[in-house]
Design a protein around this ligand. Structure first.
Ligand code: OAA
Length: 243
């Protein structure tokens, strides 16, 4: 048999930490809007410890795990550096957990920026107390096997997104967005502008509701008419159908 599917890659390029920092404080939604709204993980990847004081922001180190087996996840935990996020493709399996409080507490103590698992975890009571963002599909007390095979630091699928080692992940209570290292600077700049524009919208709404309402109406009308049509406005549904 060839080694494909049973490999640990020790080297990959991490983004410049200054570029990672550009994303701090930016909502996942604003970032994804600036990438044509296509790079968020599925909603089933949920934040398991909402009391955590910091949002998810860091660099992906990836694991491809067979359903219900976490040997390569343990390996990634040994390899991960402060600021890394371990991102696990557990093939969405939820019959067994892929980590529990011991692994996740160790990850927290190592200074990792987070853990994201497309699969299940266990020990929710303990996880909820950890101050490192932890995302997963669900919880089951049934533990994992530790036989492999698996891969570390290859492109994986997690929550419906391809994740490369070295990608930047940003997560908040909404969910997680994935940004390629090579795209990061230009995306961060655009998302910073987007957030500033949304902040102005909130300011206007608070200061002058009538002005905001007029602006909203004009924008909505423009959306209809710029597509070449008109606002398809009718009177009463029941009158039209003589109900
Ligand atoms: O069995 C394992 O490898 C995972 C586990 O329960 C833990 O991290 O607490």
């Amino acid at each position: 048999m060839v080694t494909i599917g049973n490999r640990i890659f020790t080297k990959f390029e991490r983004p410049d930490p200054k570029v990672v920092e550009m994303f701090r404080g930016l909502p996942s939604s604003n970032i994804n809007d600036e990438m044509n709204r296509l790079f968020c993980m599925h909603d089933y990847i949920r934040l398991m410890n909402p009391a955590c004081s910091r949002p998810l922001l860091g660099t992906a180190i990836t694991v491809k795990a067979p359903i219900g087996d976490n040997l390569f996840f343990h390996q990634a935990l040994d390899m991960a550096q402060p600021g890394d996020i371990i991102v696990v493709d557990g093939a969405s399996g939820c019959n067994r957990s892929l980590a529990g409080e011991i692994m996740l507490r160790f990850a927290t103590k190592k200074g990792l920026a987070g853990v994201v698992v497309d699969g299940c975890l266990r020990d929710l009571d303990g996880i909820e107390k950890l101050d490192m963002p932890i995302y997963a599909k669900g919880i089951t007390p049934q533990g994992p096997f530790k036989f492999g095979p698996g891969e570390v630091n290859t492109p994986i699928a997690c929550g419906g997104q391809v994740v490369f080692p070295g990608d930047i992940l940003v997560g908040d209570p909404d969910g997680i967005v994935v940004i390629r290292r090579q795209d990061a600077e230009v995306v961060a700049q655009a998302a910073i502008k987007k957030k500033a524009s949304e902040d102005k919208t909130f300011e206007l709404m608070e200061a002058d509701l009538a002005a905001y309402a007029a602006k909203h109406k004009a924008t909505t009308e423009k959306r209809f008419t710029s597509a070449g049509g008109e606002v398809p406005q009718f009177g009463s549904y029941t009158e039209l159908y003589k109900l």
